[in-house]
Design a protein around this ligand. Sequence first.
Ligand SMILES: [Zn+2]
Length: 50
Amino acid sequence: MKCAICRRKLVVIEDVPANVCENCGEKYFSAKVSKEIDKLLESDVKVKEN
Ligand SMILES: [Zn+2]
């Protein structure tokens, strides 16, 4: 997997299912993690509405 911005190789962050570009610092989460983050954001919004 390569950075979409600068095309450098991504490095894996330990203990986190994500990759980060060592050149520009752009972070890439897996699709699964992105969904989990969406869930957290959605639940947070619902709590605020209540
Ligand atoms: Zn980059």
